[in-house]
Design a protein around this ligand. Structure first.
Ligand code: ADP
Length: 472
């Protein structure tokens, strides 16, 4: 099958979060299974695009409202990522450094989608499936089926994967003129609560949609920033497929970013060496358990709870634990965490920013990884943490619910708590401290975690089954 993945992110080209990890790995595994999967994304002026070679495979111009923009489709020359990578470059619109947060983001992503459809149409290509990821490519299913411009492509099945249902990419009807001519009787499909809502349009128009965990599929009907009813009425089209991880990139035995590589047999010594290196860098105490956090500092991740969790835990256990936080986001949370770093020097340190290499070192060097998430569509951090023998401490929600079994239950390995409160998170930390003191039990759990299989092999098969089910 020939499958195009459309995404705003793809590791290692441009990654902000889990979307980048998934789009950077799933296509590789689909290709290994004998399919032809490629990735199409906007061009970003970043390290990867500067340091690699590309061929121009298509050039044209496309109208966006009253303006026309030239664009090129660039193809990475070597296919070294394990799939064909196509970048849509449009000077003045799709040629910037960052992935998100420009004031004309709506225009950027609409243009990306129009250019993709024009490229396919004018270059006489076809596909067995177009797989859209999140709202950034959410208008594609609607345009394919309801614009005469793309009639040639209108039989191609589309799938939408929702990596984060809180973001919809909604914009006002004032910008309707950015879209090409469409069937006027179908404009209602674009609408949700009086605006053009790309995520809602994709849920309505894609042949199927998936979420990145089964629990999240259900949770979207309860909490999805206003789309709850839509998810409820479209439920028969939805399927939950848990993300896999790229076990070639995330492997403590071969990971070039680690201070010390290790496997399950040497996990205790191996992790300790990584912890010592990390503690030396951040002036922490390697003889005490290290609690890490990696992620966007936003309410969804429960980041606003972190200062309270750290303060209370260090008050209750002043000489027993260390914290290391890596992330960026909400300015107020960043400020509070930075203040804690001064208040609890030697026990808590904070790195504000995005650092892929440091993230790998934290997964390897921490004893516990905190995830007090309010919403977690899948969560990759806990999967990486399990792979590196680090006990995840997670709130029981979304993908965390589906992938972590509490060590108190049969065959379990992680620590779970139910409510997004400082008290419950601190109780979980207390359990972790007790666990840490029982070396034999901790060793057993580390080995158990590292033996788990969250590779793409199983989940990629589920996507293939989903694509197969769409065959006409
Ligand atoms: P999200 O909702 O942010 O997509 P996921 O758990 O699905 O959350 O994926 C997060 C990914 O981003 C993981 O690969 C994690 O290691 C990475 N990540 C998040 N924040 C940072 C950071 N500050 N530095 C490095 N990597 C980060």
């Amino acid at each position: 099958m020939k499958i195009f993945h459309l995404s705003a992110e793809c590791y290692p080209v441009a990654k902000v979060g889990g979307l980048g990890d998934v789009v950077g790995s799933l296509p590789k595994y689909l290709n290994q299974a004998g399919h032809h999967a490629s990735v199409v994304m906007p061009f970003y002026n970043r390290k990867f695009t500067r340091e690699n070679e590309f061929d121009i495979v298509f050039e044209a111009s496309t109208r966006l409202g009253h303006r026309r923009y030239d664009f090129q489709v660039l193809k990475e020359r070597t296919n070294k990522l394990g799939f064909e990578l196509f970048l849509i470059k449009a000077p003045g619109l799709l040629d910037r450094e960052n992935v998100y947060s420009y004031p004309d983001e709506t225009e950027q992503f609409i243009f990306f989608q129009l250019a993709f459809l024009d490229w396919l149409t004018w270059s006489q290509q076809t596909a067995d499936v177009i797989h859209c990821h999140d709202h950034h490519s959410g208008l594609v299913p609607f345009l394919l089926y309801h614009s005469s411009l793309y009639r040639r492509l209108s039989k191609i099945p589309t799938v939408l994967t929702i990596h984060n249902g809180q973001y919809h990419g909604a914009f006002s009807w004032d910008k309707f003129n950015y879209l090409p001519e469409i069937d006027a009787t179908q404009t209602g499909l674009l609408d949700w609560r009086g605006g053009i809502n790309p995520l809602a349009a994709a849920v309505k128009c894609a042949w199927k949609y998936s979420t990145v965990s089964p629990s999240y599929l259900h949770e979207l009907t309860i909490q999805s920033n206003g789309l709850e009813y839509l998810f409820y009425i479209e439920a028969q089209k939805g399927v939950g497929i848990i993300n896999g991880i790229d076990t070639q990139v995330w492997n403590p035995e071969t990971d070039p970013m680690l201070f010390n590589k290790y496997n399950a047999k040497q996990v205790d010594k191996g992790k300790q060496k990584n912890k010592e290196a990390l503690c030396q860098r951040f002036r922490l105490d390697p003889s005490k358990p290290l609690f890490g956090f990696i992620g966007r500092l936003v309410d969804e991740k429960g980041a606003d709870l972190l200062p309270g969790i750290i303060r209370r835990s260090l008050d209750d256990h002043p000489d027993e634990i260390n914290f290391l936080i890596l992330g960026s986001g909400d300015a107020d949370v960043e400020l509070q965490l930075t203040q804690l770093k001064d208040q609890f020097a030697g026990k808590c340190d904070v790195f504000i920013g995005y650092d892929e290499e440091l993230a790998h070192c934290v997964y390897a060097g921490a004893d516990f990884l905190l995830m007090p998430s309010r919403v977690e569509p899948c969560g990759l951090n806990q999967l990486y943490s399990l792979r590196y023998g680090t006990v995840p401490i997670v709130r029981n929600t979304g993908g965390l619910k589906d992938t972590v079994i509490d060590f108190g239950d049969e065959g379990g390995y992680g620590i779970k708590f139910n409510h997004d409160t400082i008290i419950e998170a601190c109780q979980a930390i207390k359990r972790a401290i007790t666990l840490y003191q029982n070396t034999t039990h901790l060793q057993l759990l580390r080995k158990r975690m590292m033996a788990l299989d969250f590779s793409w092999d199983k989940s990629a098969k589920e996507y293939i089954n989903l694509y197969e089910s769409l065959k006409l």
